[in-house]
Structure formats: C-alpha cells, structure tokens
Design a protein around this ligand. Sequence first.
Ligand SMILES: *Cc1c(COP(=O)(O)O)cnc(C)c1O
Length: 379
Amino acid sequence: MKFNTKTIHGGQEHDPAYGAVMPPIYQTSTYAQSTPGGHKGFEYSRTHNPTRQALENAFASIENGAYGLAFGSGLAAIDAVIKILKPGDEVISTNDLYGGTYRLFTKIFEDFGIKFHFIGMENASNIEAYINANTKLIWVETPTNPMLNIIDIKATAAIAKKHNVRLAVDNTFATPYLQRPLDLGADIVMHSATKYMGGHSDVVMGALIVKDKELADQLYFIQNASGAICGPQDSFLVLRGIKTLHVRMQRHCENGKAIAEYLASHPKIEKVYWPGFENHPNHEIAKSQMDDFGGMLSFTTKGNNYEEAIKTVEHLKIFTLAESLGGVESLSGHPASMTHASIPKIEREKTGVVDSLIRLSVGIEDINDLIDDLKQALG
Ligand SMILES: *Cc1c(COP(=O)(O)O)cnc(C)c1O
C-alpha cells in the first residue's frame, strides 16, 4: 500500500459490530467478562482500548513500523522511552532540541541518574566521541526545532548499530509524509501527535512506533505500568487527522517554500532557516532523506532587535502568535520567550536561538493572504 492510501486505510478494519467505517469512540474504562478472564481481548482501558488500538495500528502503518503506541502527550511518549534506561546509562542527544524534551531530560531524568550529552549532530561523526560502555540511546530531532538543522539519520543509525546503541528519532516536524526514520535504520520513532498528525490544534497526544517485538513489549509494559495513555475521544480525533495528513502536508510544503522564498528576498530579513534552500548547510542530506521540506521555518531580522521581533509577531493577523505547530492554521512563535524559555539563554544562543528569531508554522491557508500578512507585519 502506498503512503497516501495508508493514511486512510493503514491498520484499519471496519467495526465488527455494526460495520461503522470509522472506529467508534469506545468511551469505556472496562469490559464485561463472561467468566474471570473470559473477555474479547479488552479488560481495562489503561491497558487496551479499541479506539486507541485502531490509532496505534495507523501509527505503525504510516511509519512502516510493526507496533504503535499512543500516549497522553509527546512528552509522555519520550518519558516512556527514557524509562527503558537504568541509573548510570547515558544518552547522546541533539543540542538543538524541543525545549520540553530538554527540560524532561535535565530536570527529571538527570535526578534519576541518567546522564545526557547535548551535542551538535549536523556532522554525524561528532557523535562517536561521546559513546562509551554506558551509552544506551541516541536521541535525534530532525529537522531541529527551531533552527531547522538536518541530521543524517542513516549515518547516525550506522554509528548506533556499530556500538549497539538504540537510535530514537523525534519525527514531529517531518512526519512520515516526508521522512520515515525506521526505513533509515532508527529503532524508535517518536511524535508529538499534537502537531501535524492531529493537524487541527485540538488534541495533545504522543506516539511511539517501533519494528522490534522485544522493544515494543518493553514499551507496552511501561505504557500500561506508568499509565500515561490518551483517551478514546482524542484517539478518534488523531485517527481522523491522519486521514488527511498527505494532502495537508503537500500544501504545508508548497506554502512553506513560497514563504521561505518571500522572506529570503525581503530587505528587513537577516537570515531564513529552511532546509529547502540550496545554501542550507545540510541541504543535500535533507534532499536525500526527506521527500520535501515541510512547512516549518525560522528567520531573524536585521539588527537582531528583540523589540522589533516582538512587534512583528504582534502585528501578524492571520499567523496567530501561539505555542505549538503543525495545525491547518498558520502560527508564529518567538522561541526565546516562548517554546525555548526553559533553556538557559547562554545554551540557547549557542544553537542560534537569538532574541530576534521568529518561527513560523505555515498553515494551509491561501498563500497570497499569508504573504500579505507577513508584508504588513514586517512593514
Ligand atoms: C511539541 C513537541 C514535543 C512535545 O510534545 P507534546 O505533545 O507537547 O507533549 C516534542 N518534540 C517536538 C519536536 C515538539 O514539537
């Protein structure tokens, strides 16, 4: 099955009870048993729920995995991955990272005796120097947030395999429409399904997808034992969102390209970060591992003026100033004061998150309206 068919049919069966084409929202915590243990595969909704299971099958299908797991948020999904580790274990992570992931790693899991190395991975050969006998996991986000750096998944996977370390990829920005990390050798794919997967800014959810049965069993155990699951209503909404992922992504990519090109030609703009530009430092890797370049981009204004950046986002009318990304509507963000405020200024400036940086999640509105909006706000 091709991707554009999998988004609609992958892992899905019509409801066996009445033939409902969409999986019903099984809003139930428990399931009747005819005799102790005599159930139809469902006992308690923390462990299993038919609506969630339909969604988990869809996740597995579109990422070319074998097993999918849905969580109450992207961070809950990441939390489950790190819980595989033991005190003393080490993780090598991208340094240009979603702020909440950085906070989870440093403020929660460092206290549990797990050591994190945050490094630049734009050159995959940087990674090997940090690997030792305690290294258990490499954590990659690509494209990175908000600098749109590209990390070579295939090369990183080769290093991980060589040292018997697992590779997890946060695929939130790209989605499987653009990039399928399991095919490139990753062990775990993670999503904030809050973003493009859900696609309508109405759900908070996380996902993990793996191929390996033993790893899946470990993660299912943690999902059930720790309990950070999502509910049936949210599962239904994300399942519905996935059905249009390919058409939404196509438009996100078209609009993203048009806006990147518009901004690059604007006299007030210093720099536009978008992996589709030939002069992007890792454009060739982006081209080889992604099918297109997505709807996320960042830019800085000349003079790197904090107040001017704030004024620009305040003046945008169609681009809503808000946290999050990946919905049908365009959003703007000021990472230094919003998504990345939890990363110390000195750390964030090292990765390029300066005061004038503005991030755009380009939606699927009419491109002329979006460009006019940017024009007036920058003016
Ligand atoms: C939003 C986001 C997360 C966290 O997901 P939540 O659903 O907000 O918990 C992780 N990684 C990336 C890249 C994100 O954009």
